[in-house]
Each structure stands twice: as structure tokens, then as C-alpha cells.
Design a protein around this ligand. Structure first.
Ligand code: CA
Length: 241
């Protein structure tokens, strides 16, 4: 198999700081997007810690043997505790947290784990499918059939997330795996993309005959065109046999 990938993060048009963070590690076939939050712009500390800690833990030989369906959620749990410990040692970091969505490509499977409202999508033969379910208040309303995806996207409480890395309490990480097919394109993104663009618009950007880098730039350009109210991060991963 061959895996190619591209990542891009943009501050957007409304924020002063970029508190998103991402990693594209084609050697380990690990891809991560994290969207940090916290006072004094310290969300960027949380999202950076999450990404670094996940990559570090997945690289340990015993974790490689175990397989990503167990090692990936465990690495996220470890980064959750690491962020919590870091916030104890420095009062300016108190309350910092982050979402995360991470993808590990194996020979047959795309293993995806997430916490919060950063998302993973799969684009296959012209169809875009959201693979993750947002851990957010509006996400729960959508799951219960009380709001449509479009109502949720525009809802005043859309930023209320129900799970994040960095708190004192235990964390439930959601993990799933999907058998990939030749040419499948996976998108990981922060809500600065999905808050600005409907799924149909995202699909349109992915359908154009351009490289991954061009598609990523187009997604960011359009999200900014729609207002760019938040930091925008996209990671695109294509698997071929
Ligand atoms: Ca965000």
C-alpha cells in the first residue's frame, strides 16, 4: 500500500492565535488534528501536547506490536493525563483542554479515534461520509434526531463540547475502524472548517482533479471566504494499493 498525505492549518480571519495543531507522519502512518481551548491562548499548549504525546506513545515498540485499535485510544488517554498534569504545575494553564481526532492507516484498515468535535470524513467515489460523531451538545441532539446537521452547524450552542482531553476526570475515547479501498481519501479537520462549510461544499473541494495540497488549500480558502471565524485545520490522507 501507499499512503500520501498533506496537512494545513490557518489562523482564520477572526482569531489572533492559532490554537489548532496537527501532525502528518507518513512513516508511522499516523495523522492527528487537535483543537485546543483555554484562557490566555493556552489552548495551543494543550493541542501541541496532545499531538506530541500521541506520536511519542504510538512509536513505542510494545504499542506497535499491540495494533492501533488498542494503542491509539491508550495514547490519547496518556496525553489526556499529561495535559492535566501540565495544567496543575502552572496556574496560567489551568483549565486548558483540547479535542483530538487521530487516524492510523494499517494494511487493511483505517483506525480512527476521537474526542470532541474535530471530525474524520471519508471521500469515496464521489461520496463524502462523516465517520465520527461529535462529542458536543448539538452532536447529541443530532444523534437523538432533535436537530438536523445543518441546524447544529448554525446553532448558538454549537461550541459546547461534552468531551475533551485535559480535565481531571476519566476520559472516554471513541474508536472505530473501516476497511479502506484503493483511492479512498480521508479528511481530518477542526470545527473551523465544518462550522463554515456544509458537507456538500467540502465534497466539492475534494472532487476537483487536484493534488492533496491543492484540495487542502481550497478548503481553507473557502472557509475563510465564508468568514473564517475560527482556526481552520485540515489533514488529507489518500491510500492506494
Ligand atoms: Ca475550533
Amino acid at each position: 500500500m501507499r499512503v500520501e498525505a498533506s496537512g494545513l492549518s490557518d489562523v482564520g480571519r477572526s482569531r489572533d492565535q492559532n490554537e489548532d495543531c496537527f501532525a502528518v507522519d507518513t512513516a508511522q502512518r499516523v495523522f492527528v488534528v487537535a483543537d485546543g481551548m483555554g484562557g490566555h491562548q493556552h489552548g495551543e499548549v494543550a493541542s501541541r501536547l496532545a499531538v506530541d504525546c500521541i506520536l511519542e506513545n504510538l512509536g513505542r515498540p510494545e504499542e506497535i506490536d499491540e495494533g492501533p485499535a488498542s494503542s491509539l485510544p491508550r495514547a490519547i488517554q496518556m496525553s489526556h493525563r499529561r495535559i492535566w498534569r501540565a495544567s496543575l504545575g502552572d496556574e496560567t494553564l489551568a483549565g486548558m483542554g483540547t479535542t483530538v481526532v487521530a487516524l492510523v492507516m494499517t494494511d487493511g484498515q483505517a483506525v480512527i479515534a476521537h474526542v470532541g468535535d474535530s471530525r474524520a470524513y471519508r471521500y469515496r467515489q464521489g461520496t463524502l461520509e462523516q465517520l465520527t460523531r461529535d462529542h458536543s451538545w448539538v452532536g447529541e441532539q443530532v444523534a437523538a434526531g432533535l436537530l438536523s446537521a445543518e441546524q447544529a452547524r448554525l446553532h448558538p450552542l454549537k461550541n459546547v463540547i461534552t468531551r475533551a482531553l485535559g480535565g481531571e476526570n476519566g476520559l472516554e475515547v471513541e474508536v472505530g475502524q473501516w476497511a479502506w479501498r484503493d483511492g479512498d481519501l480521508f479528511l481530518l479537520c477542526s470545527d473551523g472548517l465544518t462550522g463554515m462549510l456544509e458537507d456538500a461544499e467540502i465534497a466539492e473541494c475534494l472532487s476537483a482533479e487536484q493534488g492533496l495540497e491543492g484540495a487542502g488549500e481550497e478548503l481553507v480558502r473557502r472557509a475563510n471566504e465564508r468568514g473564517g471565524l475560527d482556526n481552520i485545520t485540515v489533514v488529507l490522507v489518500r491510500a492506494t494499493e
